[in-house]
Design a protein around this ligand. Structure first.
Ligand code: HEC
Ligand code: HEC
Length: 332
């Protein structure tokens, strides 16, 4: 019991995984072998749920149905899942999104894995909760392009949706999105005390991730994100800023080109990468960080040239690939 408590607390607080592993792996391995710790139950902390919208199985099920209902889009051609495809880690494979009538959006579709653990939603954090976020793609002319009144009157024709309001629709969608997560990756098995959860190469990658490569500074914790906004320079190309990012919301100069740190869970399944989908592969992401991002006046102080060797880059890539596990949705 003492081991699992400590394990849980450290998982919540510290991204410095390997240190606790050297202490815990022997005991954890024995406990796991004896079946007394679940292999992934403790990987995440408690899911924060707003008191005004408690999670219920009914709401989650309704939200799941709505998520795949084309009546939520103006021309009936798109569902949430068209862009947030469960088969692709709840993201898609386009650089930027494609909405109704082939309209091109301006940003890459982010994965929805673990969004219930984050507060601010969107790459620039402009929505303060999932309840606030989930109706925005419906009305966004570049996404589903539908008026809420039209959506509700269409849905009311279906007995399954009797009594649905804009508010209950948002609550149901938010409840469902809260359940979307990835569990039981090689990384989780390793953290639960099973040494062969990670290959030797991936284990070396983990060491680099939280040391020389500095990734953990922003991609720390069980969700691999600090949920904060950083300027890595992705948006700065040839000295020009392509997307203001967080600055468009806060008006702060130092937020020019800052975006929310994304989770790295299922990262092998959600290419292309970054808010503009401008980086195609994990290897190219590593090259981007190795050269110290894109130079600009507001570059985050933690983005610096890394001088990784070819072998170190390979190890880091192997670790990122070990963050794929089972994608779960629809259960609390
Ligand atoms: C046309 C493609 C498209 C459709 C359809 C779509 N989304 Fe999105 N979604 C996006 C894009 C692009 C973003 C990021 C936009 C931004 O940050 O400016 C996003 C962001 C999000 C986020 C925030 C994730 C984060 O990391 O902060 C959530 C949650 C979300 N969408 C849920 C939904 C739900 C629920 C639906 C259906 C009602 C939906 N989306 C429909 C493209 C789409
Ligand atoms: C200073 C904070 C910071 C550090 C350090 C950092 N990242 Fe990031 N990472 C971010 C932010 C912010 C983004 C989104 C940037 C954007 O789209 O403009 C991002 C995006 C990514 C993505 C794309 C994810 C997606 O879904 O599109 C990957 C992969 C990634 N980082 C891996 C790494 C690795 C590997 C390291 C270490 C070599 C690292 N990061 C170091 C903040 C950081």
């Amino acid at each position: 019991m003492e081991v699992s408590y400590e394990h849980r607390m450290e998982a919540l607080i510290l991204p410095r995984w390997h240190r606790r592993l050297t202490r815990l792996s022997a005991a954890g391995f024995l406990l796991a072998a004896a079946g007394s710790i679940s292999l992934h139950a403790q990987r995440y902390g408690t899911l924060p749920v707003p008191p005004a919208n408690p999670l219920t199985p009914e709401k989650i099920a309704l939200g799941k149905k709505l998520f795949s209902d084309p009546r939520l889009s103006g021309d009936g051609s798109l569902t949430c899942a068209s862009c947030h495809d469960p088969a692709h880690g709840f993201a898609d494979h386009r650089a930027v999104s494609t909405g109704i009538l082939g309209r091109t959006g301006d940003r890459n579709v982010p994965t929805l894995l673990g969004r219930g653990y984050g507060a601010l939603q969107f790459w620039d954090g402009r929505a303060a909760s999932l309840e606030e976020q989930v109706t925005q793609p419906i009305s966004n002319p570049l996404e589903m392009g539908a008026a809420m009144d039209t959506v509700l009157s269409r849905l009311h024709a279906d007995p399954a949706y009797t009594g649905l309001t804009a508010e209950s629709l948002a609550e149901a969608l938010a409840s469902y999105v809260r359940t979307i997560r990835s569990v039981d990756a090689g990384f989780d098995r390793y953290m639960s005390g099973l040494p062969n959860g990670l290959s030797d190469l991936a284990r070396e990658g983990l060491r680099l991730f939280e040391d020389k490569a500095r990734c953990y500074i922003c991609h720390g914790g069980d969700l691999f994100t600090d949920e904060a906004f950083h300027n890595t320079g992705v948006s700065w190309k040839e000295g020009a800023l392509r997307d203001e990012g967080r600055a468009r919301i806060t008006g702060k100069k130092y937020h020019k080109g800052a975006f929310k740190t994304p989770t790295l869970r299922e990262i092998a399944n959600t290419a292309p990468y970054m808010h503009d989908g401008s980086i195609a592969t994990i290897e190219e992401v590593i090259e981007f960080y190795d050269r110290g991002g894109n130079p600009n006046p507001f570059l985050d102080e933690n983005i610096v040239p890394l001088h990784l060797s070819a072998a170190e880059k390979q190890a880091l890539a192997a670790f990122l690939r070990a963050l794929s596990g089972s994608v779960r949705d629809g259960t609390p």
